[in-house]
Design a protein around this ligand. Structure first.
Ligand SMILES: Cc1cn([C@H]2C[C@H](O)[C@@H](COP(=O)(O)OP(=O)(O)O[C@H]3O[C@H](C)C(=O)[C@H](O)[C@H]3O)O2)c(=O)[nH]c1=O
Length: 181
């Protein structure tokens, strides 16, 4: 398992060890001991799986209470996965990072509590699985506008207009959104 730092403190890219043979491959997608040894001491309580068809953009989402740490991977297709630091106490408050996760690169993104998360599908079809450190709490679910000019996230749109949910299209911008202490 290789750990790659990102420009956001705490947000990590993980490259699991792949065991390839004539049958295909095997990899451990999560191992508490190995991840703890890498400094990721997360207790996951919920596993999510979403499938997206077309240039879908899901997010940016977070829970203002019961904030969820997320370990994200793409098991079909390709996505551009994004995290935004929403912790007012952080020197990187309001900063974002993005990385391509795909079924080909097997990369994972660890997004700690206190961050908004979202992704843009880069392939015709994508399936994303992610473990969460707290349960879904709809009353605490919050959105952040994916194309807020103050965030200025450089989504690889390649001229396409992403398809977003009505909830995401109506999300508040960074300066209107609820944030963490
Ligand atoms: C997140 C979630 C949703 N739902 C139900 C609620 C809705 O009826 C339906 C679709 O929910 P939503 O439109 O919020 O799904 P996404 O747009 O994929 O939301 C996710 O998008 C970004 C990428 C995230 O990081 C979050 O985990 C999550 O908010 O699933 C549940 O039952 N449990 C859940 O944990």
């Amino acid at each position: 398992m290789k750990l790659i730092d990102t420009k956001l403190d705490g947000v990590k890219i993980l490259e699991p060890r792949l065991f390839e043979d004539a049958r295909g491959f095997f990899m451990e997608s999560w191992n508490a001991q190995r991840f703890a040894a890498l400094g990721i001491d997360a207790q996951f309580v919920q596993d999510n799986h979403s499938r997206s068809v077309g240039p879908i953009l899901r997010g940016l989402h977070y829970q203002i209470q019961h904030s969820q740490g997320k370990l994200v991977r793409c098991t079909l297709g390709r996505i551009f996965d994004v995290a935004v630091d929403l912790r007012r106490s952080s020197p990187q408050f309001g900063q974002w990072m993005g990385v391509e996760l795909s079924a080909e690169n097997h990369r994972q993104l660890w997004v700690p509590e206190g961050f908004a998360h979202g992704f843009l599908v880069l392939s015709d079809l994508a399936e994303v699985q992610y473990k969460c450190t707290d349960f879904y709490a709809p009353e605490h679910d919050r959105s952040l506008l994916w194309n807020d000019p103050d965030l200025a996230i450089d989504w690889p749109l390649l001229g396409r207009t992403p398809i977003v949910s009505a909830k995401d299209a109506a999300a508040p911008g960074f300066h209107q959104a609820e944030t963490f202490p």
